[in-house]
Structure formats: C-alpha cells, structure tokens
Design a protein around this ligand. Structure first.
Ligand SMILES: [Zn+2]
Ligand SMILES: [Zn+2]
Ligand SMILES: [Zn+2]
Length: 119
C-alpha cells in the first residue's frame, strides 16, 4: 500500500515539471512530501515511465536527464575549453531514417568561437 502512495506522489511531481530534470531533482521535490522515498525508488519509477514512452531520456553533462515531451537535446561541445552550448534542431528528416523516431540527441564537437579567436 505504501509503495502505491509513493508512486502517486512521484507521478504528481513529474506532472508538475515543465523542463528537463534529473532523478536527483525529482527526488528533492518528492522528499518534501515523503522523506522516506529514496533514489532507487525514483530511478525505478523513471525507468517504468521511460518504458511506457511517457518519459524520454537524454545524456547531459554525463548525467541522465528526463523530459515529458518528445523533444530533442543537442550540444555543441568545445574540445578545447569543454564549454557546452545547447541548441535546437527542429527536424532530422534529412537523415532519412526509416524507423519510427521518438526523440533524438545530437552531440557536435568542435572549437568554440572564443577558442578560435585565441588561436
Ligand atoms: Zn522518446
Ligand atoms: Zn544538455
Ligand atoms: Zn572553447
């Protein structure tokens, strides 16, 4: 019975979040209502939501982040200074992928403008 309550609580918090979030951020929110909820429970729940397609996950700064929308997450990573910039890609139709695309992530590596100037 308690397990179900915890799930409901986590679900409620997930519904309130409008942006990308990490498991830790979600844990901090649910802990305000129930201190007994641990990270393992949150991870299990997030995994379930990912399996059912309610959540989508991306890798950002070596951390898994989650989103409710079938969005995309794209980085430009500078190989010199390590700076990460986020950018949006509207469509990847040009890739001509025949599979059913849910969401995507693109990592572009290079040299940022600042590092180019310094050279
Ligand atoms: Zn997805
Ligand atoms: Zn990112
Ligand atoms: Zn740079």
């Amino acid at each position: 019975m308690r397990k179900t309550k915890q799930k409901e609580l986590i679900q409620e918090e997930v519904e309130k979040i409008k942006t990308f979030f990490t498991a830790e951020e979600l844990l901090n929110k649910v802990k305000r209502c129930d201190k007994k909820i641990g990270l393992a429970t949150v991870y299990r729940f997030l995994k379930e939501l990912r399996n059912t397609g309610e959540l989508h996950s991306y890798l950002c700064n070596r951390k898994t982040i989650y989103s409710k929308s079938e969005d995309n997450h794209c980085h430009f990573i500078c190989q010199k200074c390590g700076q990460v910039k986020h950018f949006d890609v509207k469509s990847i139709d040009f890739l001509k992928i025949k599979e059913d695309i849910c969401h995507f992530q693109i990592d572009v590596h290079g040299t940022c403008k600042k590092c180019l100037k310094e050279n």
